[in-house]
Write a protein of this length. Structure first.
Length: 323
């Protein structure tokens, strides 16, 4: 099977080396030797065999698989995946597998001359246009950071916040490949792919600077905890105990940062997450309710309507009608 997408647009007779598949379980094409793979595992758990050893992996997780990988799934449980297949030449025409493996782009560097405000880009002894060389090197780094770390298969564990970020990009790829709403769909797919490839580096940086994003360190710690445990049962008492703080101090800090109490902030984050899942995902309302920390679907619907004026089903229908 050719893992590519043909244009359905009038007067646009072409195909691109990008393919999308969404299913329960894993795709049968993960060991395809002509493509890179981006696999987003949104739920479930599975066991893989690597060099005679077994690894247990639990969602949410992202997987980067290159063209050399031998990805062996031994067993799986309730796994749901979205997979993007692409050839690196879709990112840039000169990015053949042979060129990437040759190491030629490792020679590309920028030499900032002391006392001058311009960058000279050099590959070997040949001086290149600095804008061209810079973009080539940056896009090469996107690919090699995701696929060439000395392993053919790379796993990226995710927080719920990171899962949401990547899932929105993946669903955007799916929409443009399948719907092709205008003649710019190919450009958008390339942009979304580059954005996905950059996520591991960007999210590491964001998480590393987490405590710089808020003026109060207590708020930073609690907000981070909320994102990492959005689907868990969380009470005010459990937060007060975990962070050894009293109710007034905690709520004063959150009111100063967000103009709302601690638990009101948690509720808002859960509803915002639910809105994104309803718009971009295909999970049932009951599944989204559980995922966002509401064990009772009826209560979730009541809280959701309080924030949006609509039931979850009404909101989903409205959002889908706008796509």
């Amino acid at each position: 099977m050719e893992l590519k997408t043909k244009s359905k647009r009038p007067n646009m007779n072409c195909s691109i080396d990008v393919f999308f598949e969404k299913k329960n379980g894993f795709s049968e094409y993960l060991n395809d030797r002509s493509t890179y793979k981006i696999v987003l595992v949104k739920s479930g758990s599975f066991v893989v065999e690597e060099n005679g050893e077994y690894r247990v992996v639990t969602a949410p997780v992202g997987i980067g698989i290159n063209e050399k990988a031998d990805f062996k799934v031994v067993s799986e449980n309730d796994v749901v995946t979205s997979t993007i297949y692409f050839k690196p030449t879709f990112i840039r025409e000169e990015f053949t597998f042979e060129a990437i493996d040759s190491g030629k782009y490792n020679k590309l560097f920028c030499d900032l001359k002391e006392g001058e405000n311009h960058i000279k880009a050099i590959e070997g002894d040949v001086q290149l246009d600095e804008g061209f060389a810079g973009s080539v090197y940056q896009e090469y780094l996107y690919l090699t950071d995701a696929y060439c770390r000395g392993r053919d298969t790379v796993y990226y564990s995710m927080t719920q916040q990171e899962l949401d970020s990547v899932n929105r990009l993946v669903e955007s790829v799916r929409y443009d490949l399948f719907e092709q709403p205008d003649n710019l769909w190919i450009l958008r797919v390339r942009y979304f792919l580059l954005s996905i490839l950059f996520v591991p580096t960007a999210d590491f940086y964001i998480n590393w600077r987490q405590y710089e994003l808020y003026s109060d360190q207590l708020v930073a710690k609690v907000a981070s905890y909320f994102w990492n445990h959005l689907g868990d049962e969380i009470t005010l008492d459990s937060i007060l105990k975990r962070f050894s703080v009293n109710k007034n101090t905690l709520n004063e800090a959150f009111n100063k940062e967000f103009s709302m109490s601690c638990m009101a902030y948690l509720e808002k984050q859960r509803i915002d997450q639910a809105k994104k899942l309803l718009q971009f995902g295909d999970e049932s309302v009951s599944e989204i309710s559980q995922f966002c920390g509401y064990s009772e679907t009826g209560y979730f619907s009541k809280v959701f309507k309080k924030h949006t004026g609509q039931s979850p089903s009404e909101y989903r229908r409205q959002m889908q009608s706008l796509c």
